[in-house]
Design a protein around this ligand. Structure first.
Ligand code: GLC
Ligand code: CA
Length: 543
């Protein structure tokens, strides 16, 4: 049996704005990425997922595309991108791009044409709708709060839909021509040698009807636009027309996906895998995500285990550019290093394709000293405005709330490479978003490379362990009952059986299987028989 690369390799997500700035203008770029390919190789990863690098006015940091066939000049040129593909290929690293096709930028030529000329064919590329009784066409909400309808300037009672910001008008997937355009985009990059795509909000592209959604505080309307039957048909079509020809790979960002729907994506070969988001809500209030819920290990372990058991394969992650940093959310200040290592054992022992987000491997944390004026994230800004209006809270109060929950800037601060100016992200005077000052306290690549006990060294060890373990890569998953603060499970493939035990709390916990026998991985230097230390994690080979 030939194993596809995505089942055999670890994926590393790069947020290009913040990875490495080669020309000191404050913005990460493609040449910066090229310069760090040897670092990524030495980490042991085999695939890079690049957040969007296409031409964009950057209202949503590139998730608003103005031209799919052009590289954003702030990141470089198409030649630079070709060079990245070539250099990565020389190191046997594959490149996955972000495919953002639910919407374009409002500065895309299709949308500009649709606005300026209502009779043009581009009108039907988007979702325009007449208002109802002097109001917006329906009660659906934008994911970033407020209505998803924006009034068309200079036209009477006409609106367009945007499930994200008003600068991101949704495309109309009832229009055959839109699907053709997407096929052309896919083909363009696959011909260049791109390995595949991470498909942005891919289960929202098809809107079955525009009826009012049932009342919810958040996500109103989703029963008509999330995971609709036609969504499957369109994905299947993209596979048959383009993706299969290139043996390319697709991972879907699928909000509110259920095991039932996830299994359809997989069975029909619409996606190779998808991301579930259930576990990432474990410390947020379900109805109103800006409200924090106290983190409890069992609330993270439970959904992760559920998904491990519900689907044959999935994309596994603790961090991405939309989430706070995992060690700040699920770890501990007091046991900072220990908890980062424990999370690494947990993540890298699970079934599926492992995604590591830039900086996760050195234990980057959320900001501590960060104010409203520093805010860049469009979702946070929009949510703050809505919450101030609807809940009559002060700006400072809402800012404090979102800063502990949904603020996406936390994971977007520049990568910490060393302890020089701007954490070695560049050698200039500015950075597009503040650098987290804790790069001076040893949280940076260079210092961690010099410290054998660092988080980075541990990650490298754990990555290399996974890369050479058939049980971790291909084995089945079985949970084992344990203390509520402990993730305990078995991965088994042919003759190899591994027992993983991860303490996600600052308590000492007894466990009969913590014995000094056939230990392959240990976050601590020893084993106290029968007891896990705070955030200790071990992997043992068992019969
Ligand atoms: C996805 C992206 C996010 C973006 C949104 C709209 O959720 O991960 O960053 O804002 O889609 O494209
Ligand atoms: Ca730059």
């Amino acid at each position: 049996m030939k194993i596809p690369p995505y089942k055999d390799r670890i994926i590393y997500q790069i947020y290009p704005l913040s990875f490495k700035d080669s020309n000191n203008d404050g913005i990460g770029d493609i040449n910066g990425i090229i310069s760090e390919l040897p670092y990524l190789k030495s980490l042991g990863i085999g695939i890079i997922w690049l957040s969007p690098i296409y031409d964009s006015p950057m209202h949503d940091n590139g998730y608003d595309i103005r031209d799919y066939y052009k590289i954003n000049p702030m990141f470089g040129t198409m030649d630079d991108f070709d060079n990245l593909l070539k250099k990565a290929n020389e190191l046997d690293i594959k490149i996955v791009m972000d495919l953002v096709i639910n919407h374009t930028s409002n500065e895309h030529k299709w949308f500009k044409e649709a606005l300026s000329n209502p009779n043009s064919k581009y009108r039907n590329y988007y979702i325009f709708e007449k208002g109802k009784n002097g109001k917006v066409p329906n009660n659906w909400q934008s994911a970033f709060s407020g209505t998803c309808w924006e009034k068309v300037p200079n036209e009477d009672d006409m609106y367009y839909m945007h499930l994200y910001t008003k600068e991101q008008p949704d495309l109309n997937y009832k229009n055959e021509e839109v699907i053709k355009e997407v096929e052309n985009i896919l083909e363009f990059y696959l011909k260049k040698g791109v390995y595949g795509f991470r498909c942005d909000v891919i289960n929202q592209i098809y809107k079955t009807s525009l009826k009012n959604g049932k009342f919810r505080l958040f996500g109103r309307g989703k029963e008509y636009y999330e995971s609709q039957p036609m969504n499957h048909v369109i994905l299947k079509r993209l596979q048959d027309e383009v993706i299969k020809k290139y043996g390319a790979f697709l991972v879907g960002e699928t909000s509110n996906v259920t095991p039932e729907i996830g299994n359809i994506f997989l069975k029909n070969c619409e996606l190779d895998m998808f991301f579930e988001f259930e576990h990432s809500f474990c410390d947020e209030n379900k109805l109103l995500p800006i409200l924090k819920k106290k983190f409890k290990p069992k609330n993270l372990i439970k959904p992760i285990f559920k998904w491990q058991e519900s689907v044959p394969w999935l994309g596994v992650y603790l961090e991405n550019h939309d989430q706070r940093r995992s060690v700040s959310r699920y770890g501990s200040d007091k046991y900072y290093k220990e908890s980062a290592k424990a999370l690494s054992v947990f993540l890298l022992s699970l079934k599926g394709t492992i995604f590591i987000y830039e900086g996760e491997e050195i234990g980057m944390t959320d900001y501590k000293n960060y104010s409203y004026e520093d805010l860049n994230d469009c979702a946070s800004i929009s949510t703050i405005n809505t919450a101030m209006r609807l809940l009559h809270l002060s700006r400072d109060k809402v800012f404090k709330m979102i800063n502990e929950t949904i603020n996406r800037d936390h994971a977007r601060s520049p990568m910490q490479w060393d302890n020089t100016n701007n954490a070695g992200f560049n050698n200039g005077t500015k950075t597009w978003l503040k650098v987290n000052e804790n790069y001076k306290d040893g949280i940076n690549v260079k210092d961690e490379l010099n410290d054998p006990n660092s988080i980075l060294h541990f990650y490298k060890k754990m990555i290399s362990f996974r890369n050479s373990s058939e049980a971790l890569k291909f084995g089945e998953f079985n949970r084992v009952k344990s203390n509520k603060n402990v993730a305990k499970f078995i991965r088994k493939f042919n003759d190899s059986t591994l027992l993983i035990i991860v303490n996600l709390s600052s308590k000492n916990i007894k466990d009969k299987d913590v014995v000094d026998k056939n230990i392959l991985i240990n976050t601590e230097s020893n084993i106290l028989n029968g007891e896990l230390k705070p955030y200790q994690a071990i992997i043992r080979e068992i019969d």
